[in-house]
Design a protein around this ligand. Sequence first.
Ligand SMILES: [Mn+2]
Length: 284
Amino acid sequence: MEEKTLILTSASRHCETLFIEWLVSLRTLGNYHGKVMVLDYGIGNRAKMLVTKFRAKLYSFKKPNPEKAVVNYRFVDMLSIIEQHYRQYKIAHFDADIWFTSEIGELFNEVNEVPGCLYSVECRPRFIPRGRGPQDSKTLKRNRTKVDQVVRHCKGHINGGFVAARYQPFVDKLIAIRNAFDNGWNINRWGSDQYLVNVLFDFDRDCANGNRWNCSIKEVIKKNGEFYHIKNSYMLLQNGRWILDKSKRIRVEKVVGLHLNLGLKKERERFSKLHRELFHRIIS
Ligand SMILES: [Mn+2]
């Protein structure tokens, strides 16, 4: 019996060309044949045609204002779809500004071993002193304490763009996120999602070892045309800056999901540039 797996993302006009590369690389270099689902916040017809061509399901929603708040709405909007159509699937959500450099299948074996959710870490995050949650002093203090713990323990912030889990822990996390947005977290503020995921991180069940599947372009090195992750356990925070701990040997791991970080303008490292021929043959 084929394993039930779902990979999903959310896309809007803002990230449409990156989303197309997400989808094409997932079905080609990623060699992924399971279910794909897309939350559509206003993509155009060309992208919609490719969604059909690559056997993905599209669910359309009204674009939030501001459009950037898609990062929050997606987690709330996907819950009922998953409960209705993907019961008992293993699920992985990726930002649309990621492309897949090689086979993704092993991800779902790793997910089997995690009681909660599998995440990845931003080793050199931006620090947001007041965070993104409710701003009353009690909650502010509690959330900051938790996020500081996460940064110490995981050697960076949990990235909001990637989460993978078996069905129940995935749905449980979505319910916790929805409850937060119902109780004082601002759903229209960009970045709420990531701060919230850090606040909700469960040290007993969740795992932060997923950098191979979602590695920021800021944290890779390139060798012989392949991307490798600088193992995050060797990053140290010193005087407010992340530095490489040179006293330890640098271990590297091949990156599968390369996170371009929308806005960083890493045009040269895009799937459509590095695999130009494959990309144009497939989409033409
Ligand atoms: Mn992203």
